[in-house]
Design a binder for this molecule. Structure first.
Ligand code: GAL
Length: 418
């Protein structure tokens, strides 16, 4: 295959096309310089081969906080399988804070809390693995974790990484409390190296809350990095976090993702339509899809939201380009991003207080004028009508529509000014 037609070249050309077309929207788009930077970052990605698409799974924090134990984790793993969530891609079962004793043992090792994890972490990992799932654990790049109920890993990186590997842990979320004031840029690479040398592939989820713009330095040391403070289970928090995360879109790539925090879907603080927006935007933005509700008692509405494979497919699309806000008219927004096979994913998002018509024109999403497309409504699971140069819909207050647009095979969909 000649160099000019290699898959990598097509990938970059596609990025360039999409970027130059979005620039006309007046909102930040993928620039040629950023594409160049991407190539540079791509060469120095954390080299563990993990996270080629955003991680999917469950985490204990948003619903259970410190109230966790091994029975809950095992029942959660059981439920992830029995409900069918595992079958649609949810794989990691992640412990958050509060799984350990306050003090290390006489050899300096972390110790699972005897009262809540009496069988130990190796047994728990074995159980989770027996279900075809993976186990995640939590520590902190400081002297104590945020709950202050267990030690952090600062100064113990190699020992703790080896401990996690010996237990069969597959994922580490690494928090930022009690951090002695040293820069995360000094503290996090130590754990990254320790994980790489632990003898086991361990996904590295960096959690310094976006304090030192981790998108600009974390791709080389982590598989994902938090871009914001903690999400709360309400509309204002969710929408604010979506916007904060959006500014870093151009840094996301296979193996390295922006993390706007875990899902609140199913925790009760938002309406079904608000949760639908939350899930749609997280999927489009290539965010980790980490369920944060109690899946052992999941209701059908929540299950339908979290298990929509057409929306999950957008998140897990191999192109790995983060969709972004491409148009804003007051509270009416269009978010879009490119997918494999020349397709584009689009969310029409009404953040206002009354129902309104929202239009995404082809110039907003990167198509040439008069491009004929097949429009798939990912929530109605049906084909939708798209006009010659746009798709539009009436969207209720605090609701959204989500589509993929696929140009007809015989149309030259994109402006080829590259
Ligand atoms: C926060 C973190 C949360 C959760 C919590 C545990 O710093 O952002 O996601 O892990 O600590 O204490």
């Amino acid at each position: 295959m000649p160099p000019s037609s290699s898959p990598a070249r097509y990938f970059l050309v596609f990025l360039g096309m999409f970027g130059s077309m979005l620039m006309s929207s007046g909102l930040p788009a993928i620039s040629a310089t950023e594409i160049g930077a991407k190539v540079g970052i791509r060469r120095t990605l954390m080299d563990n081969g993990l996270g080629l698409t955003p991680q999917m799974g469950w985490n204990s924090w948003n619903h259970f906080h410190c109230d966790i134990n091994e029975t809950l984790i095992k029942e959660t793993a059981d439920a992830v399988v029995s409900t069918g969530l595992a079958a649609v891609g949810y794989t990691y079962i992640n412990l958050d804070d509060c799984w350990g004793e306050l003090n290390r043992d006489s050899l300096g090792n972390l110790v699972p809390k005897g009262s809540t994890f009496p069988s130990g972490m190796k047994a728990l990992a074995d159980y989770v693995h027996s279900k075809g799932l993976k186990l995640g654990i939590y520590s902190d790049a400081g002297t104590q974790t945020c709950s202050q109920t267990m030690p952090g890993s600062l100064g113990h990186e190699e020992q703790d990484a080896k401990t996690f590997a010996s237990w069969g842990v597959d994922y580490l979320k690494y928090d930022n409390c009690e951090n002695t004031g040293a820069s995360p840029k000094e503290r996090y690479p130590k754990m990254s190296k320790a994980l790489m040398e632990s003898g086991r592939p361990i996904f590295f989820s960096l959690c310094e809350w976006g304090q030192e713009d981790p998108a600009t330095w974390a791709p080389s040391i982590a598989n994902s990095w938090r871009t914001t403070g903690d999400i709360e289970d309400n509309w204002d928090s969710m929408t604010g976090i979506a916007d904060q995360n959006d500014q870093w879109a151009s840094y996301a790539q296979p193996g390295a993702w922006n993390d706007p925090d875990m899902l609140e879907v199913g925790n009760g603080g938002m309406t079904t339509e608000e949760y639908r927006c939350h899930f749609s935007i997280w999927a489009l933005a290539k965010a980790p899809l980490l369920i944060g509700c109690d899946v052992t008692s999941i209701d059908n509405v929540t299950f339908q939201l979290l298990s929509n494979t057409e929306v999950i497919d957008v998140n897990q699309d191999k192109l790995g380009v983060q969709g972004k806000k491409v148009k804003k008219d007051g509270d009416l927004e269009v978010w879009a991003g490119p997918l494999t096979n020349n397709r584009v994913a689009v969310v029409l998002w009404n953040r206002g207080s009354s129902s309104a018509n929202i239009t995404a024109s082809w110039s907003d999403v990167g198509f040439k004028p008069s491009t004929a497309v097949d429009a798939r409504d990912l929530w109605a699971h049906s084909w939708a009508r798209a006009d010659e140069d746009e798709i539009s819909a009436q969207v209720d207050s605090h609701a959204c529509k989500m589509y993929t647009l696929e140009p007809h095979k015989n149309s030259s969909a994109f402006n080829k000014n590259w």
